[in-house]
Each structure stands twice: as C-alpha cells, then as structure tokens.
Write a protein that binds this ligand. Structure first.
Ligand SMILES: Nc1ncnc2c1ncn2[C@@H]1O[C@H](COP(=O)(O)OP(=O)(O)OP(=O)(O)O)[C@@H](O)[C@H]1O
Ligand SMILES: [Mg+2]
Length: 360
C-alpha cells in the first residue's frame, strides 16, 4: 500500500500541493520553516485523522482559512500498475469529514487499515525515555495491524476500567465484581497479544539494532502491569482496599510497559541521546518489517529530520536499512548534501521553499 497521489489545500504554511509521490523513497529537502514537517503532517493526517505535533487539530488550518483538505490515492501494492483507492479528510473549524473510496467513513480506525503508517520524528526518543503510555501505544498499534479485532478488545477493557474507577471513587466496593470479570477477561487478552507481538518484534529489532550497535546484545522485556504470579482476577480482588483509597485501579495492562535492555542494562538509564534515537529507529523499523511480513508492504514510514543527531556512519547505516524495502518512505532533511548522494536509485527528491513543493 502506497500513496500514489497527494493533494493538500489549506494546511499550515503550505501552498496548494498536488504531487505523485515515489512508491519507495521520497526525500523532501528545504530550509527551516519551509514546510517539510507540515507536509509529513498532511500525510499523517490522511492516514490517521490526527496530527503527530498537536492534539488541537484546528492548528493545522492555514491562518486565515476556514478549513483544510488532504486527499490522496492509495495503491494496493507499490508495484501494482492498476487500481487505487481515493481517501480524503476535511477539517473545518468545528467538524471533520473522512472519506474512503468515495464514501463517508465513520471512524479513523477505518482509515488506519487503508494506509498503515508510522512516524519517526526528533521528539521520538520519548518512545525510549518518555512515559509508559507511549510504549503501550506502540505495542497496541502494532498488535492492531496484525489483528484488527484487537481494537475492540482494548475498547472493552477501557470501558470496564472506566466503570470500575468510577465505582472506586464512589466507594461502591460491592458493585465491582462484574467489572473485575470484564477487566480480567480483556486484560489477559491484551497482555497475551502484547507479549506475542513483542516476541515477534524481537528478531527484527535485534537485526536492525545490531547494525547500529555491533557486538551488543539486545532484549525487549515486557512489564505486564501486575504481579504475574497472580491471575489478573486475583490481583484485582487483592487490590480492592488500596484501589478504594486511591480511587483508581492499580493492576492491569493499562499499567503495562516494556523496556529495552542493552547488554542486560535498561537503555533508558545509560545510553546517549544519539543512541536513544538509533534505538527508536530500530524499534519503529522493526515494527514496519513486521507489517511488511503481514501485509506484503508496510504502507508509509515518515522520518522527520532524518539526519539530525546521527553521525556519518549511523546515517549511512540508516539509509542502507531503507534501501530495497517495499515500504514507502517520506524523509525530510534541511540540506541535500546530508544524504542525497547516498540515496537509492528508487527514489525521488522534492524541494520545499516557503510552502511550495517542486520536484528536483
Ligand atoms: N496554521 C498555520 N498557518 C500558517 N502557517 C503556519 C501554521 N502553523 C505553522 N505555520 C508555519 O509554517 C511554517 C513551516 O513549519 P514546518 O514545521 O513545516 O517547517 P519545517 O520545514 O519542518 O522546518 P524545520 O526544518 O525547522 O523543522 C513555520 O514557519 C510555521 O510558523
Ligand atoms: Mg520540521
């Protein structure tokens, strides 16, 4: 699945853009504030109906405009000469509208499956050193792309958690039982799916991580969110008194996490910033490899500011990793020199200047 056509109107500083991206690697070059990240944001918006920069989607609307639209066509396979499907999103000041295949779509989950997409950005080291929530989202997103039914499991768990927490705050211990059962049921499913996903991710992560950190040994360690020596149902029961005091549920996959170990030490505490960035690349590229395995092609991977914080050697290794993959990449850089001479032949270079895009 790749984006074979992209039309953007009214997004941040971008002039109206119509472009046919390359099915493999697209390099976007431009000065600071030229609009590179904004263009990635447009692609992201099309695939996820959200922004990776802000939770206030209205900020994406160009100053003075009343709405923005991003439309695109997705080809089932990067090499398929044939059909493609139109998708689109319109964001107004108060409303939004999604379209898939010419029909209105109800939820962004539908979009997610049409154009699977990952993003790697400078702030992305939070995946290693930020809040556990980000790592849970990483796992859940990965699982969802293998088993779309997982979304429903997560929603049912979240609903039960919400109800249980409300009862805890109201001090209604007697009413907890049915929600405990729901939590235990869906919680175990989430835990197992995440564990299975992490296991499948590990060989790809080791392979890619091993390119950046030769001679080191990696492990991904899952933290389930409760003491695994107890079944979740029992942990919930044992926690009731303290949960009532705190007003929320302490045990379950909503408290889960995973950590990356490098030579048996948690990387968060020891590695340099540049190394964290490499590990984030390794995690996300491993995720895209797993998607390739599942659906034949991983859709899109966006890499903002690809050259920042990487030394020459690691930059070369990274570009080497992008070469020959069936995934469609959109990468940005402030100067051509930083990478253009090492690009694979299957690529296109675009220049961005003051919100205007041209093919170099
Ligand atoms: N809603 C908006 N309407 C118009 N312009 C905006 C809006 N939001 C942001 N901008 C401007 O868009 C410009 C482009 O920002 P963008 O982050 O895309 O640049 P960039 O090319 O990624 O730069 P850098 O190399 O510094 O990362 C900025 O000057 C910003 O002030
Ligand atoms: Mg930028």
């Amino acid at each position: 699945m790749s984006l074979v056509r992209l039309d953007v109107v009214g997004l941040r500083n971008l002039a109206p853009i119509s472009v046919e991206p390359h099915p493999r690697l697209n390099l976007l070059v431009g000065a600071n504030a030229s609009g590179k990240t904004s263009l990635l944001e447009a692609v992201y918006l099309l695939a996820r109906a959200r922004s990776f920069r802000t939770s206030q989607i209205g900020q994406l609307i160009r100053f003075g405009a009343s709405e923005l639209t991003v439309a695109g066509r997705v080809a089932a396979d990067a090499d398929a000469g044939g059909g493609s499907m139109p998708i689109g999103i319109r964001i107004g000041r108060r409303e939004r509208e999604l379209q898939i295949g010419g029909r209105p779509a109800q939820s962004s989950a539908e979009l997610l499956q049409v154009l699977p997409l990952l993003v790697i950005q400078p702030a992305g080291i939070a995946l290693i050193d930020g809040a556990p929530k980000l790592r849970r989202q990483f796992l859940d997103f990965g699982v969802f792309h293998r088993q779309p039914g997982y979304l429903d499991v997560c929603r049912r768990y979240a609903k039960a958690l919400h109800q249980r927490n409300a009862l805890l705050r109201a001090g209604q211990a007697a009413a907890l039982k049915p929600w405990d059962r729901e939590l235990a049921r869906y919680g175990i499913m989430m835990h197992e799916a995440r564990g299975d996903y992490l296991e499948r991710l590990t060989p790809f992560f080791n392979e890619i991580g091993g390119r950046f950190f030769s001679g080191s040994h990696f492990a991904l360690r899952m933290q389930p969110g409760w003491d695994l020596s107890l079944p979740l149902a029992m942990a919930l029961e044992n926690d009731v008194a303290t949960d009532l005091r705190h007003g929320h549920t302490q045990s379950g996959p909503h408290k889960g996490d995973f950590s990356v170990l490098l030579d048996q030490r948690p990387v968060r505490a020891y590695v340099s910033r540049g190394q964290m960035k490499l590990l984030v690349y390794a995690l996300l590229l491993a995720q895209s490899r797993l998607m390739e395995e599942r659906i034949g092609t991983a859709g899109c991977v966006l890499i903002d500011d690809v050259a920042s914080e990487l030394d020459e050697n690691n930059k070369n290794i990274l570009l080497e990793l992008l070469r020959g993959r069936p995934t469609q990449f959109f990468i940005t850089a402030t100067s051509r020199e930083a990478i253009a001479d090492r690009l694979p032949t299957e690529s296109a270079v675009f220049e961005m200047a003051q919100g205007r895009l041209s093919q170099a």
